[in-house]
Write a protein that binds this ligand. Structure first.
Ligand code: PEP
Ligand code: MG
Length: 756
């Protein structure tokens, strides 16, 4: 207490029991709100009475990160409209800046307490202050105070948190504060680690997506009806979850354990009871769910234990699903120029959509480097990061941020000094890009004289300028499904033929390997639901669909032949698992080719090698295929039974480990013997160190995204494979079976000044 308080001992009051207070408080709030005349002063009075406090304050955010006293109860009313605090100043400013609730039994002795004589709060010993937040932004602070030095009970804290939520909705509805103009966010910087999906650095404001729509009705006088709505929503969510689990969880005891754990946590944690209690207190189902969700997010932010965080995340996930079932999601904004998109999950079609709306970068909580969203981001040159869970919940719309998709960090609300450092980093990155540009016209030949072909992986006409920009030798993987994903459907034959013709025009004689449509799993056309398979990546997708329903494939093959207009045409089939499948696809190609004039001067049919079973059918396959391209993205996922879209598995299995190196080495030998050309077009080809190892194994054609061509070339032209091969052999011999040689190989490369 300050000096005045020492002379005036707090008056002790006998407190009435608390039971039922919350319900009464909400009932009177509802009456006032229903009358349409509720003022901030009414709310201040009602919370003071409802929580049996002696005073209360409501501060509202004003432009310039200022909080202005907007209503009081039990204090000097003349301070209203006059008392102002900066964000971070005093207890109220601290609550606004941190977004945390403060429950202080001895508020005046708190080191951050700021005395403002005009308010007349000298007699108040304790304070409970809660931020008023909406859509992640702090719009103000509401606080209750008591003369008695006491900590408020959890029930009271909950009640004030609920009132703050109602207040936020009211403020927004009444236009008392425009959340975009006047609300301000937690101001403390936050960092989220992650994995790089597509390299680059972007600065901009955060656009979180996936947030719930505004709640239309906050309070209810019919808790039964609201409980019934909740029951329906819970049922819908449970059904959805059953489907989700059966579609995405591989069978087996471990996955069942995970499912059980999820179910146990989501049903035993009492959160559903909390929601029901809130409904009985007079909140609508969505307000009640929102209230519990907020409490969970606040708890999550404080918990360091990863296991517990995961469990809370499970519940939060469940609560999020309930919100969706009750209210739906907000539509995408028309434009998102320069914004940094922050999402939990993102499919490739959505990524394209957002890219078209102008985002400068994207951070995704659940993604991995070989997922299609990541591949697309690399192809588009869009900095992309997989970030740790919690970023979506912490970030607020409009937060300034740095998306560092080099150092694998998302920095929210960076300090000015950090911004400066990044500005310098961007500059040096530009310098490095300029240095790399010098390699554009240098032949891709290693010091020992081995020639390499460095090709591009592309999927959109707008990416074709990369051929010139990078000096690539051609297109090793043209993903035809990307244009279909981008345009929201498969164009007719003429439309496809025009596109393929343009690609060959732009390639101007350089080799192009067109891969036929590889749709399904995570590459779904807009509006196309997944088939609900247990394992869609291994399901009825890609060439499997094409062979069962050949009309789409035939049309595409016709379009390719028409687009070629007599030029050389190379067609590659995805997801081939047997020689028979390859033969069936090639037969369709030949049947179409027999009907189309002018015939291509040369027609090649090749296959992706993504399914491990093909490795055991090589003699038959090599007798029929004109070329093979190893798709390490899918091959790795099937080889190690590790879903390519699961971030937790992203670094568990390595392309530079014994099984993969051995497999590739043998493949090189048999392809050489059969005289069939071999390339590698998975994402690993674009990682300089991996490319170096593949080169040493004898793979001389690598296909990668545009931004990888020059870094890979820069390493290859400085490397001597005759020196590297014995080193690689020795590392493989010394390495534990299944172990990775990445680290020692990287050390060797650094010693030899290779910029890996
Ligand atoms: C692969 O699987 O490695 C590949 C290149 O194909 P995609 O990434 O399109 O599945
Ligand atoms: Mg693939």
């Amino acid at each position: 207490m300050q000096s005045g308080a020492e002379n005036t001992p707090p008056k002790r009051r006998k407190r009435k029991p608390k039971f039922g207070d919350t319900r009464r408080l909400f009932a009177s709030l509802r009456e006032h709100l229903a009358s349409g005349t509720a003022s901030l002063a009414d709310i201040a009075r009602l919370v003071t009475e409802g929580l049996q406090a002696d005073a209360s304050v409501i501060y509202i955010a004003r432009p310039g990160e200022i909080l202005e006293l907007a209503a009081v109860q039990g204090l000097n009313i003349s301070a209203v409209g006059h008392t102002r605090l900066r964000a971070g100043e005093g207890i109220v400013g601290m609550v606004a800046a941190s977004g945390d609730i403060l429950n202080l039994a001895d508020v005046q002795n708190h080191p951050r307490y700021v005395y403002r004589a005009e308010i007349g709060e000298e007699e108040m010993a304790s304070m409970l202050a809660v931020p008023v937040k909406r859509a992640g932004r702090t719009l103000g602070v509401i606080g209750v105070m008591s003369r008695e030095a006491r900590a408020y009970t959890p029930v009271e804290v909950e009640a004030l948190a609920t009132v703050s939520m109602l207040l936020a909705e009211l403020l927004v509805k009444a236009g008392a504060t425009d959340i975009h103009e006047e609300g301000f966010s937690d101001t403390l910087p936050r960092r989220f680690a992650g994995h790089v999906l597509a390299a680059g650095i972007a600065r901009g404001k955060i656009l979180p997506y996936g947030a719930q729509a505004p709640i239309a009705k906050l309070l209810t006088d019919d808790p039964e009806a609201e409980s019934a709505r909740l029951d329906d929503a819970v049922e819908a969510v449970n059904k959805g979850l059953d489907k989700l689990f059966s579609a995405n969880m591989p069978a087996g005891p471990t996955s069942r354990d995970v499912l059980e754990a999820y179910r146990m946590v989501t049903q035993s944690a009492g959160w559903l009871t909390q929601i029901r209690d809130a409904i009985n207190d007079g909140l609508t189902a969505e307000t009640a769910v929102d209230k519990v969700a907020r409490a969970l997010r606040d708890r999550m932010r404080r918990i360091a234990d990863p296991y517990l965080r995961e469990r809370l995340a499970d519940i939060e996930d469940m609560v999020g699903r309930l919100m969706v079932a009750l209210g739906g999601m907000a539509p995408k904004p028309e434009r998102a120029d320069g914004l940094l998109l922050l999402v939990r999950r993102l499919g490739p079609a959505d990524l394209l959509d957002w890219h078209a709306r102008g985002i400068a970068g994207v951070a995704i909580e659940e993604a991995s480097a070989s997922g299609h969203a990541a591949i697309l981001a690399r192809a588009l040159g869009l900095p992309a990061l997989q970030v740790d869970r919690g970023a979506v919940d912490t970030a607020q719309e409009g937060d300034p941020a740095i998306l560092d998709a080099e150092g694998a960090t998302l920095i929210l609300r960076p300090e000015p000094a950090v911004v400066e450092v990044y500005e310098r980093a961007v500059e040096s990155r530009n310098q490095r890009a300029a240095a790399l540009a010098a390699y554009r016209d240098v032949p891709a030949v290693t010091k020992d004289g081995t020639e390499f072909q460095l090709m591009l992986n592309v999927g959109l006409a707008m990416e074709l300028d990369q051929l010139e920009r990078t000096g690539a030798d051609g297109i090793g993987l043209y993903r035809t499904e990307i244009a279909a994903l981008a345009s929201g459907g498969i164009p007719d034959v003429a439309g496809q033929a025009a596109e393929y013709g343009r690609v060959l025009d732009r390639a101007n004689g350089k080799r192009v390997q067109f891969r036929t449509l590889d749709l399904g799993a995570d590459k779904l056309l807009p509006g196309e639901a997944s088939a609900g398979e247990e394992n869609p990546a291994m399901g009825w997708r890609s060439l499997r669909v094409a062979l069962d329903r050949p009309s789409i494939l035939r049309r595409q093959l016709r379009a390719l032949l028409l687009g070629a207009q007599g030029r050389k045409l190379s067609v590659m089939f995805p997801m081939v698992a047997t020689v028979e499948e390859f033969r069936a696809a090639r037969d369709l190609l030949e049947a179409e080719a027999a009907r189309i004039r002018p015939a291509p001067e040369e027609l090649e049919a090749g296959t992706m090698l993504e399914v491990p079973a093909l490795l055991f059918q090589l003699p038959g396959l090599l007798a029929e295929a004109d070329f093979i391209s190893v798709g390490t993205n899918d091959l790795m996922q099937f080889l190690f039974a590790a879903d390519r879209g699961t971030p937790e598995l992203a670094e568990r299995y390595d392309t530079l480990s014994a099984p993969v190196l051995e497999l590739l080495e043998k493949l090189v030998t048999v392809c050489q013997e059969a005289g069939v050309s071999l390339s590698l077009c998975g994402e690993a080809a674009g990682r300089p160190l991996d490319a170096l190892a593949f080169a040493a194994l004898g793979i001389t054609c690598l296909s990668m995204s545009g931004n990888a061509i020059l870094p890979v070339k820069a390493v290859l032209v400085e490397a001597d494979l005759n020196t590297l091969r014995p080193v690689l052999r020795e590392l493989r011999r010394a390495g534990a079976a299944g172990g990775s040689i990445r680290e020692p190989l990287a050390a060797w490369a650094r010693e030899h000044n290779l910029a890996i």
